[in-house]
Design a protein around this ligand. Structure first.
Ligand code: JD8
Length: 264
């Protein structure tokens, strides 16, 4: 996969030289290129912004500069998807990360100031480019760079060969199981007078696996009941339902809201 990130703060993306994503880049598993938007300015002050039409506070990023940059990076008829972090975008999720990880080429446009002139997204959509405006969540950042860091890491770690043991991708929070991850422990077996759960020291893999699923169910029921409700009818076996009933104190823990109502 190729990912181009365009920003007026290229150093913000330096963290992507580190850790798994950095290793993946050096191993050729991910072709990540960071570009300075000012390289596409046409004045000696390398201006990327101007005052907002209609007045108001702050500055807006110019469409002409973004246009030159994206024309260079978005192949005329190629398979590139334009990703624009925005507080008014659809919320970025693991499902979206999995979808983006199937793409050949992503171009990420990091805005600053009050945002990018709205005609830029319109222009490329009208040109048939797939454009995703994505938000990290309901809080306001000063620009798109932090979101780009999050999205590139979330997508990059899903690429073949990046994460050492692909199985770990299945068990983690928001993974295929649709549950939060179970609690984890390592040496020393006793810390601050706190012991590691005996089952984890038993070597009994079936019991360990069952305990971990029970803990994932309990944790999800307590912290993210919305995720339990979103689970499919066939996602839970009898034991799962017993655990959920005990965790929620509700005999028939409601799974797959729709079906519950269907019974009514
Ligand atoms: C892109 C400019 C700053 C936003 C005036 C503060 C994502 N979850 C998220 N929160 N905020 C962003 C985000 C913020 C951005 C830009 C993304 C470009 N800003 C603006 C509007 C109000 N300033 C984000 N993803």
């Amino acid at each position: 996969m190729r990912i181009d990130v365009v920003t007026i703060f290229p150093d913000y993306l330096a963290a992507l030289d580190l850790s798994l994503v950095g290793k993946a880049r050096r191993a050729g598993l991910l072709d990540l290129r960071v570009h300075d938007l000012r390289d596409w300015t046409d004045d000696r002050h390398r201006t990327v912004d101007d005052t907002p039409f209609g007045g108001g506070a702050g500055m807006v990023m110019r469409p002409d500069v973004w246009g030159r940059a994206l024309d260079d990076l978005l192949p005329a008829d190629g398979p590139a998807r334009l990703v624009v972090p925005s507080p008014s975008g659809e919320v970025f999720t693991q499902r979206r990360a999995e979808a983006l990880a199937t793409e050949e080429h992503l171009v990420v446009a990091c805005g600053r100031y009050e945002g990018i002139d709205a005609r830029v997204v319109e222009h490329y959509r009208d040109r048939g480019v797939a454009v995703d405006e994505l938000s990290l969540g309901d809080y306001v950042l000063n620009g798109g760079e932090v979101a780009a860091l999050v999205m590139v890491e979330a997508v990059g770690r899903l690429l073949p060969g990046v994460v050492g043991n692909p199985h770990s991708l299945v068990e983690e929070s928001h993974g295929e199981a649709g549950l939060l991850e179970y609690p984890v422990y390592t040496k020393p077996p006793v810390w601050q007078g706190r012991e590691v759960p005996d089952v984890l020291l038993s070597g009994h893999h079936a019991r360990i696996e069952r305990w971990r699923r029970d803990e994932a169910l309990r944790r999800t029921a307590r912290r993210r009941p919305d995720m339990i409700a979103a689970l499919g009818e066939d996602a839970l076996d009898r034991r799962d339902r017993e655990v959920l009933a005990e965790a929620t104190g509700d005999a028939d823990a409601s799974v797959g809201e729709a079906s519950h109502d269907a019974d009514a």
